[in-house]
Design a protein around this ligand. Structure first.
Ligand code: FPP
Length: 258
């Protein structure tokens, strides 16, 4: 693939920004950050260097999303299935995530971001839970974009945990509704994602937000996560803006506002 210069990239970014409809920005964008291992391999580096490169670009994308008017960004950082990776990679990822939470705390706060982690938190190391708690509390009253990091997250596990809560609360059969389940998900107040982006070409959800993605628009790019920049982000939003969301209705009904 032909490399483009920084100036060319900026020009392209400006051209794409000019095409964006400000009134149709997805409120919630969720991202499957895939391809770190392949990126590292293609650069002759070890897999974990790919994760490091992937972590580095989160800040600029969060900032960029905020300037565009996105309200929530949810990142799939570590799945319940990822524990099965080589132990060196697992412990590297955990350290990287903890370091990220601590290192970016004050800057995210200064930018008025809100922060939380989503997943089966009871199985995480106490120091990660504690650092996340400090960040969440510090940023709780901020008014900017919400950054959600999914750690030890699995969509099926999340539904199992919601069902456990329902049983523990003794809900009767009539009370078991879609909203009863939705209210017991890990981040019940978070709106469903409008757009789910997956990098590195794989056409699957991999157990990510499987309840919440029922009507999400999906965007898959071949670009590997560490190469995903503002231009790629804009391309995803433009693709989203070209979709007709119908939520099971007809196009005519949607046009009439029914
Ligand atoms: C998938 O790429 C990526 C992951 C399992 C981890 C994602 C983590 C990060 C981007 C960095 C850590 C996050 C934070 C918030 C600090 P892969 O390793 O499966 O890539 P491959 O398919 O090319 O092997």
């Amino acid at each position: 693939m032909k490399e483009i210069s920084e100036q060319e990239r900026r020009n392209l970014e400006e051209q794409l920004i000019a095409q964006i409809s400000p009134g149709k920005i997805p409120r919630h964008i969720a991202i499957i950050m895939d391809g770190n291992g392949r990126w590292a391999k293609s650069h002759g580096l070890s897999r974990v260097r790919g994760h490091q490169a992937g972590a580095k670009l989160i800040k600029k994308l969060v900032r960029f999303a905020d300037t565009l008017g996105v309200k929530h960004i949810t990142l799939y950082a570590f799945s319940v299935e990822n524990w099965a990776r080589p132990s060196f990679e697992v412990s590297f990822l955990m350290k990287l995530i903890k370091r990220y939470i601590v290192k970016e705390r004050m800057e995210l706060h200064a930018e008025s971001v809100r922060f939380r982690i989503i997943g089966r938190l009871s199985e995480l190391a106490p120091e990660i839970i504690e650092e996340a708690r400090i960040s969440t509390e510090l940023m709780a009253n901020n008014s900017g974009l919400t950054l959600n990091l999914c750690i030890n997250y699995g969509g099926r596990t999340e539904i199992v945990d919601a069902v456990k809560k329902i049983v523990a609360e003794g809900l009767t059969v009539e009370k078991i509704t879609e909203s009863a389940i939705a209210q017991r998900l890990y981040a019940a107040d978070l709106p469903d994602p409008d757009l789910i982006i997956r990098t590195s070409g794989e056409m699957r959800l991999s157990n990510f937000l499987i309840w919440q993605s029922a009507y999400s628009e999906l965007y898959v790019t071949d670009v590997l996560w560490p190469d995903f920049d503002e231009v790629e982000f804009l391309k995803a939003i433009l693709s989203y803006q070209g979709r007709e969301r119908r939520f099971g209705k007809t196009g005519e009904q949607m046009a009439e506002g029914n």
